[in-house]
Design a protein around this ligand. Structure first.
Ligand code: ADP
Length: 526
């Protein structure tokens, strides 16, 4: 057969091999393809580099009609289209930056039914002209890529994505497959709700990247720490993430002085400068890119050997995505996170000052606390990170910093019991500050109003400074014994983990080195 439906009748396995040249599906791909072939709604959660594209590209070809792919980024669409054209698929991307003759050609191809797969930005897709043109075509499936953009909980919220809920009305009976690399439960629920696909099968692949060696270090002499991390990767590609544009410039300059080839990258560069940096990076030259998180989505260089964070990211999701840019070729790669108490205090401070709506602030706050907990974890870092995505590692990774050099800990069972009892006795609805005030016997309005000074736990933690209890709080959150919930971030017990500690059936090791860090944080906070 010729034309658009030339693969109809071939099996997905045949198309995978004959078009893409891969002998086998990765496990989750096979399941996703099977669901979509059967016309079922599907949500695929797979880490970056996991192979999400195949999940919709293969069924788009095997099912009759044209595959429609919604994607938020022009660069991403253009990459995909170029890749598909290389293997003989007639693909195109419809977005705001097309020349008018290109757009006209796509419209012609579309009308002639000649396109196999069409990528489109959400705002373009839902414009009346496009909808009308598309409704005259047979559509094989609708793929919604980077589906986390639909969630306000996500860090890449795109309001335009909300309108995608209307797709089934315009394309009744066309199966939808949503894909994302952001896997936390809340985002997952948001996507299913916003797309109105409660019955969708949800396929989750492991987020474990065994070739990444994760290290997190309290900040000391930053430049020294950076150089020593880079030292192991001379003549290789590395990404250094910084919290501000000014810092990227400063750090890139100081690296250049020391003889490294280093480029700053941030959203304040001109389009020309950005392009030039990207070209050099993609061309495979050994290069240190010192960037804000503006350097990210759509970057696909397989041999990045190190990702170094000079500042703590605001969430485990962001952190995972950023370190995930290392070692896409599967070879061992290093990730180093430098964190400090002032980082944490500053992040909290900005969050409180931000004008974001309360609902969003709450979300951001709990993610930030999870990120902080991650820096303080005493156990396997890889396991703790995966835990943020609801995944359990069966044994410690063996190659993160905590696995290689077990941290100095103390028996924190007693402290944990005091803390957890205080939460329990006060009704599991107060934030950390109030709990700590009760523990330390500090009289405040809230204490008096609730007569918490008459509780048996009043003042039982007097002997330790606030910073100690802050550290205990975060570590208990990291451990899973606590969660923060409700409008005011009240701390509540996760009974299955907290109960054995409270009953003295389980002891708990806490990390000792964090306390000094947090002393500094306390001064900044005030
Ligand atoms: P994602 O969108 O999840 O980040 P991609 O779809 O870009 O990932 O795929 C990541 C890489 O894996 C690509 O280089 C792709 O060619 C490769 N890949 C995907 N599926 C397979 C497969 N079944 N066999 C071998 N390689 C694959």
């Amino acid at each position: 057969a010729q034309g658009r439906d030339r693969f109809v009748g071939s099996t997905p396995q045949e198309v995978l091999l004959s078009v893409f040249g891969y002998p086998d599906f990765r496990s989750l791909q096979a399941q996703a393809v099977e669901r979509v072939m059967a016309g079922q709604e599907t949500l695929v959660l797979m880490p970056t580099g996991g192979g999400k594209s195949i999940c919709y590209q293969v069924p788009a070809l095997c099912r009759p009609g044209m595959g429609l792919v919604v994607s938020p980024l022009i660069a991403l669409m253009d990459d995909q289209v170029a890749g598909l054209r290389q293997v003989g698929i007639n693909a195109a991307a419809l977005h705001s930056e097309l020349e008018s003759d290109e757009a006209a050609k796509i419209r012609n191809d579309l009308a002639a039914g000649a396109l196999d797969i069409l990528y489109v930005s959400p705002e373009r897709l839902l414009s009346p002209g496009t909808l009308e043109r598309l409704s005259r075509q047979k559509i094989s499936l609708i793929a919604i890529d980077e589906a986390h953009c639909i969630s306000a909980w996500g860090h890449e919220f795109r309001p335009e994505y909300r309108a995608l809920a209307a797709l089934p009305r315009h394309f009744p009976g066309v199966p939808r497959i949503a894909l994302t690399a952001t896997a936390d439960q809340r985002t997952r629920d948001d996507i299913l709700a916003a797309l109105d696909m409660p019955q969708a099968s949800v396929l989750v692949s492991s987020f474990h990247r065994p070739n990444l060696n994760i290290t997190a270090l309290p900040k000391g002499s930053e430049t020294k720490q950076l150089v020593s991390a880079l030292e192991r990767h001379k003549n290789e590609a590395c990404i250094v993430y910084c919290g501000s544009r000014a810092r990227t410039e400063r750090i890139a300059a100081s690296l250049r002085e020391k003889g490294w080839t280093a480029l700053a990258f941030h959203a304040g560069l001109s389009p020309l400068e950005k392009r030039a940096a990207l070209l050099r990076f993609r061309a495979g030259e050994p290069l240190v890119i010192v960037a804000t998180i503006a350097f990210g989505m759509g970057i696909d260089r397989p041999d990045v050997r190190a990702v170094i964070h000079m500042d703590m990211p605001a969430s485990p999701e962001g952190y995972y995505q950023q370190i995930g840019r290392a070692g896409r070729d599967g070879l061992p790669s290093d990730t180093v996170l430098l964190y400090g108490g002032d980082d944490m205090a500053r992040a909290r401070h900005w969050l409180e000052l931000s004008n974001a709506p309360d609902t969003e602030k709450r979300v951001m706050r709990s993610r930030l606390e999870a990120m902080i907990a991650l820096t303080e974890t005493t156990g396997c870092r890889t396991a703790a990170l995966l835990h943020c995505f609801g995944e359990t590692l069966s044994e410690p990774c063996g190659h993160c910093d905590n696995c290689r050099h077990p941290v100095v800990t103390f028996d924190g069972t007693e402290a944990a019991r005091k803390f957890l009892s205080t939460i329990y006795r006060t009704g599991q609805k107060y934030g950390a500050l109030h709990i700590i005030n009760v523990l330390r016997g500090k009289r405040t309005d809230m204490v008096e109003r609730n007569q918490h000074d008459s509780l048996s736990v009043w003042g039982i933690g007097k002997d330790k400074p606030e910073s100690f209890w802050r550290s205990v709080t975060r570590q208990l959150i990291a451990h899973g014994a606590l969660r923060s919930e409700g409008q005011y971030g009240g701390l509540a017990l996760n009974a299955n983990i907290a109960r054995p500690i409270l009953r003295g059936e389980q002891s708990l090791q806490l990390r000792a080195d964090a306390t000094a860090e947090l002393e500094n944080a306390a001064t900044l906070r005030g």
